[in-house]
Ligand binder design. Structure first.
Ligand SMILES: [Zn+2]
Length: 165
């Protein structure tokens, strides 16, 4: 595990957008029927459909990113929406800006490692948008812009690594 700053106050009242110290806390606290199945892995009832048996898998990646998957096919975007969260809430604080729908430039000079993490997160964002479209949701203008931003950021990362894309 990475060292995490514990400067944030303890859990706040429900309804706050950022009351939790980590994405996994925010996610698990809102789910029902949570059972731990292994290190960094849980199952729970999916909030996005009438789920009698836990069909939602939750995994916390090494960097704190929360991965969720409903085995009956709910899109990740629908699952987090049913929890009152957004996809950006699945990202740890220091990476959240990469998931936000903002159009800001990359925040600071990247090194290779940062560039690689940045690309990895952009790919997750793209996958989540693709999943949403596959689930039958129209591609919103916001999502289309976010896809363009992902390409831009991946190109930036390649440039930082000395390549041209
Ligand atoms: Zn579901």
């Amino acid at each position: 595990m990475h060292a995490k700053k514990e400067s944030r106050p303890a859990r706040g009242a429900a309804g706050n957008t950022r009351p939790y110290s980590s994405p996994i806390d925010a996610t698990l606290s809102r789910l029902e029927g949570v059972k731990r199945t292994g290190p960094g892995k849980w199952i729970a009832r999916c909030p996005s459909h009438d789920d009698r048996h836990p069909s939602l898998s939750i995994k916390e990646a090494d960097d704190g990113l929360v991965l969720i998957h409903c085995w009956t096919g709910c899109a990740a975007a629908d699952v987090v929406a049913a929890l009152g969260l957004s996809l950006a809430d699945l990202f740890p604080g220091d990476r959240r800006t990469l998931a936000d729908h903002s159009n800001g430039p990359m925040r600071r000079p990247f090194d290779y490692r940062d560039a690689l993490f940045g690309v990895a997160h952009e790919v997750v964002v793209v996958r989540l948008i693709v999943e949403s479209v596959r689930a039958g949701h129209p591609l919103s203008d916001e999502d289309a812009e976010r896809l363009a931003l992902a390409q831009e950021r991946i190109s930036d990362a390649a440039r930082i690594a000395g390549g041209v894309l």
